[in-house]
Design a protein around this ligand. Sequence first.
Ligand SMILES: NC(=O)c1ccc[n+]([C@@H]2O[C@H](COP(=O)([O-])OP(=O)(O)OC[C@H]3O[C@@H](n4cnc5c(N)ncnc54)[C@H](O)[C@@H]3O)[C@@H](O)[C@H]2O)c1
Length: 346
Amino acid sequence: MAQNDIRVAVLGLGRLGLFHASNMMNKVKGAELTVVCDPLAEHAEMVAEQLGVGRWTSDPEEVFADENVDAVVIVTPTSTHADMIIKAARSGKQIFVEKPLTSTVEEADEVIKVIEETGVVCQVGFMRRYDPGFHDARERIDAGEIGKPIYFKGFSRDSGSPPASFIKNSGGIFLDCSIHDYDMARYLMGSEISSVSGHGRILINSFMEEYGDVDQAITYLEFENGGAGDVEASRTSPYGHDIRAEIIGTEGAIFVGSLRNSDVTVQSSTGSNHEIVPNFQTRFREAYVLELEQFIKCVKGDEEPRVTSLDSKINMQVALAATESFKNNGERIYMKDVHQDKVYTD
Ligand SMILES: NC(=O)c1ccc[n+]([C@@H]2O[C@H](COP(=O)([O-])OP(=O)(O)OC[C@H]3O[C@@H](n4cnc5c(N)ncnc54)[C@H](O)[C@@H]3O)[C@@H](O)[C@H]2O)c1
């Protein structure tokens, strides 16, 4: 460990937490992963052994009380985020938390207040802002390459559903999945969303009915700058993990993302084929490292997060409005009736 390295704990070692812990241990410069934590003690111990982390615990309180931890990476179920963030901030820990910030807007307000009071960094895991393709699109739009952005199309097709235990605490497909596309819609259109209408249906995963959730959804969006857009979410893709976006401008368009996992194409007498992106960890492998690298720079005071807790709250309000609209047969919901918060001004 170098003298200025930030001492980090990862809380929650599931689908994504294990990945973040491995990145923190092996790839992120300027950080030292010192503790891993998961209530499943055997799992925490196994992960510590597997990654070569010095300590593990099954109790998050131990992490918050630990003076040898400077920063926490919270990758626990969404329903626990508010409690975790507040305890971490009050213990003076710098915070990286996975999206969504919290489960409810009331919790988000409370969390933002505590972050402001304590002055800790709180970066939220909207990693698409760190994806080289999405970020390049933003820079080109800012440089005027497509004129004024007028239409956003985004879609996230997951290759199958997470288990019921995850769906139960996820907040539903609009909050868990489409929230990434709402974030990209705002980031790339450079405008706040003014209205939403949400629709959805269960196509395959009938177990979701118990949780009021669906595995296919679409949100129609309007923006304050006069633009429009649509966002599709699916947990039923039979062919791979497919994340793409199109931004149409008055003088051109930008398409982001592809189905290709590499530049290799295999030709044979039966045709031509290439590997398809299998999962989110592969699709966003660079973004997941870049966001944590920036978090460490923010903790050191060298940079500001590309995505703030206010952005995260607005994304959540859009997602909750889309969920409400879906529950009311697609009734259009105007964001001015829901919030006054803004990052982008027209
Ligand atoms: N940015 C992204 O692309 C992305 C992708 C997947 C998940 N996520 C987010 O990451 C979070 C976790 O998702 P996941 O898919 O890894 O979930 P998961 O269910 O696979 O893992 C959650 C882990 O947290 C542990 N846990 C539960 N309560 C805890 C507590 N109080 N303290 C410490 N650990 C606890 C569980 O034992 C489990 O190991 C969610 O908020 C989800 O929205 C973000």
